[in-house]
Design a protein around this ligand. Structure first.
Ligand code: HEC
Length: 164
């Protein structure tokens, strides 16, 4: 009786240890939702229209935001430190008379720098969150995102530039 109880406790302990490790390794490869990014620095905006090569994935109006460490790196054109985060906030467009207006949010694209967590993709974690939700869209650990961003290796995998 006593023996089986202690074996039971051991089994439980081993199970929770395994669960803890699984939780950590999941977290280790996961990009955080960029809470509060609407109050970060706005870097630039762009409208991608039908016919553009990026239209299928990123058609609409996007605004790029940088958190303070990312902004610093962007301005000084230095490599991005761990903790730097860039956001690609993609909205639908709506035509109103002769103006192009913002429509509903399509997705929030994120690049988070953490050289250990995201070593497989040059230190950048890539994620997309659907619309106004925190539902994750990237299913390949960011391989497809990285493949295109790899063309910007000389700028630490970042396309956008900061204007004054
Ligand atoms: C086919 C090429 C391509 C793919 C694939 C791609 N991007 Fe980008 N991405 C770009 C371009 C081009 C820009 C710059 C847009 C601008 O200047 O407004 C950009 C900009 C960004 C930015 C702002 C920082 C920067 O590099 O300028 C983030 C964040 C971002 N993308 C995330 C993602 C995520 C997440 C994925 C995958 C779900 C992804 N991208 C896939 C081409 C791509």
């Amino acid at each position: 009786m006593k023996k089986s109880t202690s074996i039971g406790i051991l089994v439980l302990a081993a199970a929770s240890l395994a669960a803890g490790q699984a939780g950590e390794s999941l977290d280790a490869a996961t990009v955080k939702y960029p809470a509060g990014y609407r109050s970060w620095a706005h870097v630039k905006s762009m409208v991608i229209q039908p016919g553009h090569p990026l239209y299928d994935s990123f058609g609409g109006m996007h605004h790029i935001y940088a958190n303070p460490p990312a902004l610093e790196a962007l301005k000084s054109r230095r490599p991005y430190p761990d903790g730097a985060v860039l956001v690609f906030d993609l909205l639908e467009t709506r035509a109103e008379e002769e103006a192009i207006m913002e429509g509903p949010r399509k997705l929030v694209g994120v690049m988070e720098k953490n050289s250990k967590k995201f070593a497989a993709t040059a230190g950048w974690g890539f994620e997309g969150f659907r619309g106004d939700t925190e539902e994750r869209l990237v299913t390949d650990s960011g391989a497809a995102c990285f493949q295109c961003h790899a063309t910007q290796k000389q700028a630490d995998y970042v396309f956008c530039l900061y204007r004054k």
